[in-house]
Ligand binder design. Sequence first.
Ligand code: LFR
Length: 472
Amino acid sequence: MNAFAAVDLGASSGRVVVGRVGAGRLDLTTAHRFPNQPVRAAGTLHWDVLALHAGVLAGLRAAGPVDSVGIDSWAVDYGLVDATGALLGNPVHYRDARTDGWRATAERLGEQRLYATTGLQQLPFNTLYQLVASAGTPQLAAARHLLLIPDLIAYWLTGELGAEETNASTTQLYDVRTRAWATELIADAGLPAGLFPPLRRPGDRIGQVRADAGLPYPTEVVAVGSHDTASAVVGVPADGTDFAYISCGTWSLVGVELDAPVLTEASRLANFTNEGGVDGTIRYLRNVMGLWLLQECLREWGDPDLEPLLRAAEASPAFGAVVDADDPVFLPPGGMPERIAAYCRRTGQAPPSTRPAVLRCIMDSLALAHRRAVRAAAELSGRDIAVVHLVGGGARNALLCQLTADACGLPVLAGPVEATAVGNVLVQARAAGAVRGDLAALRKLVRETHELHRFEPRADATAWDAADGRLR
Ligand code: LFR
């Protein structure tokens, strides 16, 4: 069997997973897992990217001989390198407040023009707004190449510069119609055109791993859907096209897979994004705040055991309080239980008074946000949806899966938890000839090799309608 290493960097941890692929076989084992701890220094929230790279190298050593390595991570963030290839400072975390003034940039460049060109949702942390926020700094002046996080790790491993296009499509500097860098927009934003390296596609060979990486075996790096959500969507075990997906981890990415972008005014106003998927597909989706709300509460409470808390949340009354999970007040780190309470007070609701009640509020609110996004995706794209696939860490959370089925009024098929690593491995395996076929064929292999959990909607639609009404 062929073996492939998937490097998957997430907002709270990274992992190196080895996928063994053969006829009808797809086995994953985690070789190494390491924390990803953002660091605030001099008022700026950074990624500790050298610690991440050290974790990647340790993981690749632990993985043993592999045919190739594929790298994915969260989107939008980048490192800048100078003419000698040296990294200019630590990459800044997308949750840093430096982009708070993003609206002025959007207005200057024109919101409609931005959407018509890039098809991207407005998120304060889009690469465009991060770069504009750093205009005039010596760092930007010295920069020769912008490397998105997976491209930076690939550069360190191989010495090759490039920009993988699923992730490039999240920058708001990429033209979704021509599938190339949006050169006019880049110029109008006052950014140097030369900063953006040539694009590469999932499945492209990037290069041999350098000897000084110290791996005890020779291997090469192959481009995958380097935006983690692009890899996760490959790993969605859907049969046919009438499905929505929720890639549920720190974020919930909720949407459908399309052949062409939806660039209508209604779509722009609904803040739906058209991100590039593997094989030229479009990931038409919305960012929902996701398990971040839960993770931040747990962090604040000193990381108690989640299972008993979730059981207590399940037993707590439904709809005690609900929040709009998409409200930007929930974006920055810190003080999450208090921010939820403040939101409730502001909207005339009694704040949840126990930890299980806070968790229940989060679960109900996330399920409601999932419902709104699934329905809007169907409406705006004209796609019929018969089933919702929920993949990623959230697939372990039976309460959230059940509430999502109830709220959407659709069956939820949960799993795989490791959809991102699955998608990363499958794109490498196909490039190596170990599996063949289109996304449908890859997904068939995922269905055949992974157990899924099915959640049927329970008939209480009116209660969800009422809760939704409370938020409007
Ligand atoms: C999920 C994700 C989302 C992106 C967010 C920030 O991990 O990649 O798709 O919007 O992180 O980069």
